[in-house]
Write a protein that binds this ligand. Structure first.
Ligand code: HEM
Ligand code: HEM
Ligand SMILES: [Fe+2]
Length: 479
């Protein structure tokens, strides 16, 4: 393991155990990012040619692998981020490092087995055996029940690591306090995805507790902690300011996001009052995202963009703006019940889902990984910079915007022709699927997807090389 880490990240011999565990998680995360994209590409091609791999790896499996790989790598990335900042925030190396490593191997092993079962066995009868050992059938959290409990156990280990280390700290910082509370909520919500009920409405009711309350509440607060910490390291923003903003953001995120859950309860058979509650609170959800932009831009302005870590700073911008546009603007677009009545379940949701996950969560992970790269390869040295990160950065943004734009056009066309003009019958659906405004964007999505995949390799190349050649390639500017 040490050898792999050294190859990828550089000389890690002097790192505290916590940071080594972080790198273990991040290494797997980056590989799974690639797997996510590969399955996304196959799924995108199957949209155009449904026969492709039909009897070997059908669309439902490639799609599931695409979004499951995404959830797992993003979470592994966050876990890495938590281990990385732990020694800096507490002044101690992680307590229970051995256990932490075991947790990593358990999680990685479980993920590998689940993926193999998805690939080789794929489906089973609609009974408890299938639920326990093959696939649970709830979008994003399809992992079979045994793996669910494995994940809960690993989360317990991680929580123990964090709590025991924090308890040793001289002072529990505001960042750590928020982190401790948020992790309980985040792990606790996962349990809501495990209720078994034969009633599909009740099932969906609880399932959204995981999916929505993760991405629009607990994950959003977690990235608040991670990005706050990143701002302190990349721009030297004072802790007082970071923590003040963080409390405000927690208040706004939870204040709007918890009841914003109602925007998923419009049409699933829950009582009508959710129309009002969901519409009202979810419309306010962009507020904290605006606050985050103001915060990041203000800090960068105060420090006149002076930083020791260019890629991390620019991924911070991507995070602030991507979160605001992807989640805030693209989410707001279809969150009022009057609009959602027509747009529900169209490609608009996919357009929003891609931009939000990319902007809010992929960017956060990359910020932290670049902070680590600088810490390992250029601790006192020149500014961390290279040509290739810029190519990867611009390339990924352009191809993501291309995919999201294509899906948006298709989503508008569906909303208009199938729902508003048509009337949402099955025939309207079929006819609209063949409309050029829905068909052609699927080619665009594939094209931009291929581009995105290429830039992923540029990113990996940059991560492998940036800061290694130090003085020769990097211009040193006086501070
Ligand atoms: C980073 C935060 C966010 C992420 C990652 C995210 C992601 C997603 C994803 C993946 C879906 C599709 C779910 C499915 O498969 O059915 C979805 C649906 C939805 N999101 Fe978000 N979202 C975020 C924030 C927001 C915000 C802030 C709003 C509102 C302002 C919003 C409004 C909606 C609505 C209304 C739907 C349902 C679409 C439909 O009815 O088809 N989202 N979101
Ligand atoms: C190579 C680039 C990519 C391609 C070709 C691709 C393709 C696809 C396809 C074909 C689907 C299934 C859509 C459907 O069921 O109608 C999908 C779903 C999804 N993808 Fe991607 N994807 C790519 C990258 C990403 C990235 C980078 C993210 C975020 C980090 C992402 C997040 C998602 C999400 C959240 C869904 C579920 C959306 C929903 O249920 O509405 N994808 N993707
Ligand atoms: Fe939501």
């Amino acid at each position: 393991m040490e050898r792999i880490l050294t190859k990828f990240w550089g000389d890690i011999s002097n790192l505290p155990e916590a940071k080594k565990i972080a790198l273990m998680y991040w290494t797997v995360a980056i590989v799974l990012f690639g797997a996510q994209l590969l399955f996304g590409l196959i799924a995108a091609y199957q949209y155009i040619n449904p026969d492709f791999l039909y009897s070997v790896l059908p669309f439902n499996i490639t799609r599931m692998l695409h979004i499951n790989a995404m959830v797992v790598w993003l979470i592994m990335g966050f876990i890495g981020g938590i281990y990385w900042l732990l020694p800096d925030e507490t002044g101690h190396d992680v307590v229970g490092a051995k256990l932490g490593r075991i947790g990593f191997y358990l999680l990685t092993g479980a993920v590998a087995i689940v993926v193999l079962v998805y690939l080789l066995i794929q489906t089973g009868k609609g009974n408890f055996f299938t639920m326990w050992f093959i696939n649970e059938g709830r979008e994003y959290i399809e992992a079979p029940r045994w793996a669910d409990w494995g994940i809960v156990a690993v989360m317990g280990i991680i929580y123990f690591n964090v709590l025991a280390t924090v308890l040793k700290a001289k002072k529990v910082t505001g960042l750590l306090g928020v982190l401790l509370v948020d992790l309980v909520a985040l792990a606790g919500l996962y349990l809501a995805g495990m209720f078994f009920t034969p009633n599909i409405t009740v099932d969906q009711f609880w399932w959204w507790w995981v999916v929505h309350l993760w991405v629009e509440a607990t994950w959003e607060v977690l990235v608040g902690v991670l990005m706050g910490w990143a701002l302190m390291h990349v721009l030297h923003t004072p802790r007082r300011i970071i923590e003040g903003w963080l409390y405000l953001e927690v208040l706004l995120v939870f204040g709007t996001g918890i009841l914003g859950l109602g925007h998923h309860y419009y049409w699933i058979g829950t009582p009508e009052y959710w129309l009002g509650i969901g519409g009202f609170f979810s419309s306010l959800e962009p507020l904290p995202l605006v606050a985050m932009i103001v915060h990041a831009v203000y800090d960068a302005g105060v420090h006149k963009l002076q930083t020791v870590n260019r890629p991390a700073l620019f991924f911070i911008f991507l995070q602030a703006f991507g979160n605001f546009f992807g989640a805030g603007v693209w989410g707001f677009m279809h969150t009022l019940p009057q609009i959602n009545l027509y747009s529900h379940g169209t490609q608009m949701a996919a357009s929003h889902g891609h931009l939000a996950f990319f902007g809010a969560y992929v960017a956060t992970n990359l910020v932290l990984m670049y902070i680590a790269l600088q810490y390992i390869r250029a601790p006192q040295g020149p500014i961390l910079d290279s040509k290739t990160w810029k190519i990867a950065y611009v390339g990924m943004i352009v191809s993501m915007v291309g995919m999201v734009g294509a899906l948006l056009v298709a989503g508008f066309a569906q909303t208009f022709f199938e729902r508003a003009v048509g009337g949402a019958t099955w025939q309207d659906y079929i006819v609209t699927q063949m409309h050029p405004w829905v068909k052609i964007p699927m080619y665009w999505r594939l094209g931009f997807g291929i581009l995105f995949f290429l830039f992923y390799f540029v990113l990996v190349y940059d991560m492998l090389t940036i800061g290694k050649k130090k003085a020769t390639e990097v211009e040193v500017k006086p501070a």
